[in-house]
Design a protein. Sequence first.
Length: 408
Amino acid sequence: MTRFVQSIALLLVSLFPYNLNAQANLRLVKELRREYGANGSFVARDSAIYVYAAHNAFDSIKNDWKYNVRTDGTKRIVRGFDVNGRIANEDYQYFDRGFWWPDKRMSFEYLNQKIVKMTYQEWYGGSWQNLVRYEHTYDASGNRANELTLVWEMASWQNSARRISTFTANGITEALQERWIQNAWQPVARETYSYTGGKLSEKLFEVDDNGWDTAQYDLYYYDYNGKDSVTLTVADNANGGFDTTKRMYHFNSAGLQDTMILQQFTDGIEKNISKTIMTYHVAGLISTRSTQSWDELNAQWYYPVGSIEQMYFYEQADVSVSKLTVQDGLIELYPVPVTGSELFVRLPNTSSSTSQVVIYTLDGRAIYNRKVNGEELQINTQSFKPGQYLLQVNNGEQHFYNRFSVIR
């Protein structure tokens, strides 16, 4: 896999695992990273918590663990979805002096369910400023044939780079990378792909004074061994073409990658380096991801001190209350999500001095009902089970709503 393809793949992985899983009606609510300690067990390190609103956007709030106590972090991601459930924008914010402040934004445009534009912006001077745009076009088979990179200069989008790919029934055969130099496209790199049986070979070239040169590039070989494994071997073309590393991917019966073993070649001998292990929820959603090292002396895999295990938690996404309008900002809630035993509520400022506050589960059961005088309320949530809840305020004239999550 080329470095360019890797970067795009990582971007898409970072964006799309968080969509609602339609089959099981599950969605991600928490990621927890644990560090393997000297005592032989994992200790919580940090976490990201996802909070969904009525329009299916959510916040990703990172928390740090210190002395086994979670404290609010300084950054979050707020994602918005279009009516088709696709990510429309991704905002990066930071917390400072009691407020969340905008920092970066990525916006997406689609055509026939495929991304055709990604625009990257930065908050500066009180407004969003354009930085970079990526434009994609596809061939008749749905392959991404052209990828254009534009930069914002002199109040307009200017050409910067492009990648032109050629495909056959077997897959990609060539990719040409060009730069916009002196008002013309100039070739800078080329990748070629060949298929023999179950093997895919990839070669990378760059332009020098004598034309296309391969001297400083690695070569990549993919072996597809049936449905359950793929082997990627990397050869150092600059030093005689000797193999340097090997990655062996294994897939479970559902076609999901469950292990990846990294090996290095020393004097032509393969040696184990690391093994990445993934487990999955019954619905096919990732549950854990961890990495082990190889103990050469005892010939076994083990977790070294400092290694990380990442855990993913989901909730049932019942949408029975989705027709209710959540009026963000009219009812202020803190902390969101609720991780302790208390929820602080600031009620809407209206002419009425008395309000009825009711909390419902997503299946419509009222689990809290109280009449309140004033604008502030402290609710004990110790008996609330993990999940999402709807908070309703009735002041005799209007109804107000907001949602919150409880995560233990």
